[in-house]
Design a protein around this ligand. Structure first.
Ligand code: B1M
Length: 210
């Protein structure tokens, strides 16, 4: 059993070189790439979140941890890609307006891409109008919305309302996720589904496009 402590600590310290060295070590030891992400990288980020909450870590340090997590993900990403793939459908993904958190959203996008979906990642702070424009431009079948703040999750509702307004609600499935999101909230705002993590998002998208 691989010991992820060193990798998680390197994320907490925001040490890119050490994160990459530990990820390479895990890869050489044939550790499951998803375990490297979930137990090693996200494990470290969870501690960062707890310390951030109690003012034991501050924004610049959290950003360093976020960057080092991404440095680790870059090394794991090629291992998740399953070779030649057909396009199983186009997913438009982004973090909603007012919200700058991108790690979870990018992870979901990466996992979808690795599962054969075409992913258009709009980035962060995306308005309902920008989501609508991207759906039209790319013939999107799934709209995937991420939010990490209780204040910005309401923009998911506005985005769904904009889809209705534009007469496209029946042509697109909307999925939502992020730390403050729940199935209950998804039901309340009329989304087509909620996923708690990246793997669940892939399952949900596959189910909705069946
Ligand atoms: Co911020 N932040 N942050 N932050 N940040 C949180 C979210 C917070 C919970 C920290 C805390 O207080 N404990 C808190 C929110 C409180 C709340 O609203 N209830 C918070 C706050 C308050 C803030 C600021 C307001 C702080 C300030 O300035 N005073 C500010 C807001 C800026 C803004 O967005 N406008 C802010 C800023 C930042 C940084 C810029 C410093 C940085 C983001 C850097 C970046 O993303 N490039 C940051 C970070 C890193 C965090 C924490 C520590 C970590 C988030 C993360 O990346 N986790 C976070 C604490 C925490 O969550 N523990 C926190 C790892 C990631 C893999 O998990 O994003 O949850 P997550 O994604 C998961 C699932 O949620 C799910 O799958 C992913 C993989 O399993 N998922 C989906 C996500 N999206 C999905 C979409 C789907 C399906 C599943 O379908 C579409």
């Amino acid at each position: 059993m691989f010991d992820f402590t060193g990798l998680s600590n390197a994320v907490i310290e925001g040490d890119n070189d050490q994160v990459q060295a530990k990820v390479k070590e895990a890869i050489s030891a044939n550790v499951d790439p998803l375990a490297i992400i979930n137990q090693g990288l996200i494990g470290g980020m969870n501690v960062v979140g707890q310390r951030f909450k109690v003012n034991d870590m501050f924004v610049p340090e959290v950003l360093m941890s976020a960057r080092s997590m991404n440095a680790g993900i870059e090394l794991v990403k090629p291992l998740l890609a399953g070779g030649e793939m057909t396009n199983r459908g186009t997913v438009i993904i982004g973090t909603v307006k007012g919200d700058l958190h991108d790690i979870g959203k990018s992870l979901v996008g990466m996992m979808l891409e690795c599962s054969g979906f075409k992913v258009i990642d709009l980035g962060v702070d995306i308005s309902p109008e920008e989501f609508i424009a991207a759906i039209k431009e790319n013939d999107g079948k799934i709209l995937a919305l991420s939010a990490l703040l209780t204040t910005t999750m309401l923009s998911m509702k506005s985005t769904i309302e904009e889809c209705v307004e534009q007469g496209m609600r029946n042509d697109i499935k909307v999925i939502i996720g992020g730390a403050p999101i729940s199935q209950e909230f998804s039901d309340q705002i009329g989304a087509d589904g909620y996923a708690g993590d990246a793997a669940a998002a892939v399952e949900l998208v596959a189910k909705l496009l069946q």
